[in-house]
Design a protein around this ligand. Structure first.
Ligand code: DGJ
Length: 532
């Protein structure tokens, strides 16, 4: 064997050996992480790209009596992650006395069912209120003061200006993280933490307690003023949004301290989920949505304040595609990944995942997916989700890799927009929805019955694409940077298995001559184009 080939061969052997023989203790040190470059993001578990294909269980489902009804549905779904709440009132029923029996059961059962977990800390805030604080917090308003509204009345929200509440929350959250480190520090069943739930306040735009008023009177803190290029009083700096901005700063500061304290114990990535203000304008904070959450108008402020939070994740409860797209754009920023940590559970959300993937999403989870007699009554209620994720799950690692490289584009059908062009430079992927003749290029396709067509195209080499979709057709044409006459060289239907493409059959003739047509259940195609 020539010298250079011998050294390549020995390098390859070393690389293979290092994959096989990395001691478990070393791999375990690689905590799940969110990495980024040039505005692209990738979530990693055990050092590998990981696309979160998940569901969140109902609010009262992390209980021993309810968990069997969680697994009954989870076992039927092509997903890799379950988001589950952990309740302050459950783990610390008496101050300083912790009970992790249910958390332990959740983790053990998740392992048995081969699921990763994201834990949602229901602590000081849950949907802009304080309903998950333990009884000893709820009943001791002197030690754990409430927010005051403008009329000086206490409301159902803990004051973010109280050190006692902050320290109590930190004590509980860090106890949870210590416990996780003990029981899961090596295995990483839990891959990410949501710190609080839809934080902010319902019932007042800002806290008018004496402590909060004193802070408000001091004006915008130097650190924030500097970061946002503002100065003076809250009114000088934020005008009509002064109260909301003050509330956002107080909540962001508080949550950052909770997140940071947890990371000192075990540095799992953290995120904050956000109750959206729909449809963006003329909404009243503290009433239409929790005031002080990381809504799009407060996102810069949160970014400048809460430095240990890795991501801000919108909760998606609008079935309007335009609104969904706007929310994705608001949160998919060079400094924030698209991470849809909650969305509603009906078919109208079928296109959301595709749209998010077009923005390089790190994942999506659908809310309320268990059989505890709440949102979901029947397993077939989430058939659309099953169809979406079934094609994606076997290639989640590839999708995460392509998304990070910026190689994925998606198209979703909307009323009146039934032909869309995805521009890959040398090639255009032309998505069409409904019936038409592909050779009549100007004719507008009819649209599908439910207007839910969706398509995902990943460019895996200059002339090769991996495509999946539902209720859609795609054809590849030479793009602005292409020359000659286009021809299909090969279209394979197949799937990824353990990272390798496994072809099942070749599509040709009626299946490709007028575009490659995806029916209701997504399949995966690998398309090789060429010219003559
Ligand atoms: C968003 C919240 O984050 C969830 O916990 C849940 O309350 C849903 N809204 C509504 O079911």
């Amino acid at each position: 064997m020539p010298q250079n080939l011998r050294s390549i061969a020995s390098l390859c052997l070393m690389a293979i050996a290092s994959c096989i023989f990395v001691p478990a203790s070393l791999r375990a040190e690689e905590l799940p992480a969110l990495i980024s470059h040039d505005g692209h993001f990738q979530f990693q578990v055990d050092g590998k790209p990981y696309l979160i294909l998940g569901v969140q269980i109902n609010n009262s489902s992390t209980w021993l009596s309810a968990l069997p009804n969680v697994w009954r549905v989870v076992d039927t779904l092509p997903i890799n992650t379950v988001e589950a709440p952990v309740y302050w009132e459950q783990i610390e029923p008496r101050q300083g006395q912790f009970d992790f029996a249910t958390v332990d059961a959740l983790i053990t059962q998740a392992r048995e069912h081969r699921m990763h977990l994201i834990l949602c800390w229901f602590g000081t805030w849950k949907n802009g209120q304080m309903h998950y604080a333990p009884e000893w917090v709820k009943t001791d308003t002197k030690t754990y003061p409430r927010m005051m509204n403008e009329a000086g009345q206490p409301i159902d929200v803990l004051s973010a200006s109280s050190d006692n509440s902050l320290h109590a929350d930190i004590a509980a959250y860090t106890a949870l993280m210590k416990h996780l480190k003990q029981i899961d520090g090596q295995q990483h069943t839990v891959i990410m933490m949501q710190v609080e739930n839809e934080p902010g306040s319902i019932g007042a735009i800002r806290d008018h307690s004496a402590a909060a008023d004193a802070q408000f009177a001091k004006g915008v803190p130097a650190e924030l003023a500097h970061a946002l290029g503002k100065s003076g009083s809250w009114h000088d700096a934020f005008g009509a949004e002064a109260d909301e901005a003050f509330q956002a700063y107080s909540v962001a500061k508080y949550i950052d301290k909770v997140s940071n304290a947890g990371k000192q114990v075990m540095a799992l990535p953290t995120y904050v989920n956000v109750w959206q203000r729909y449809p963006f304008a003329d909404r009243i904070p503290g009433s239409d949505y929790p005031s002080g959450g990381a809504t799009s108008n407060m996102l810069d402020l949160w970014k400048a304040t809460a430095h240990t939070i890795d991501a801000y994740a919108p909760d998606m409860y609008s079935d309007d595609v335009g609104t969904q797209r706007k929310i994705i754009e608001n949160y998919g920023r060079p400094d924030n990944p698209v991470w849809i940590c909650e969305s509603a559970d009906n078919e109208k959300y079928a296109q959301l995942f595709y749209m998010a993937m077009g923005h390089g999403a790190i994942g999506l989870a659908t809310f309320g997916v268990d059989l505890t007699d709440w949102n979901m009554q029947k397993l077939d209620q989430v058939e659309w989700l099953r169809q979406n994720f079934a094609a994606m799950l076997p290639m989640e690692e590839q999708l995460a890799t392509w998304a990070y490289a910026g190689h994925i584009q998606t198209s979703v059908e909307t009323l009146g927009s039934t032909r869309q062009v995805l521009d890959f430079g040398r090639w255009n992927a032309v998505a069409t929805y409904g019936t038409y003749r592909a050779d009549h290029r100007t004719e507008q396709p009819s649209g599908t019955e439910k207007h839910q067509g969706r398509l995902l195209v990943a460019q895996v080499s200059p002339d090769e694409f991996v495509v999946t979709g539902a209720d859609a057709s795609v054809s590849f044409q030479l793009g602005s940077k292409g020359n000659g006459h286009a021809q299909i060289l090969r279209v394979e239907e197949g799937r990824y298995e353990k990272g390798e493409w496994v072809p099942l059959r070749i599509w040709n003739g009626d299946q490709t001559d007028f575009g490659m047509r995806f029916r209701h259940s997504p399949v995966v195609l690998k398309v090789k184009m060429g010219t003559y």
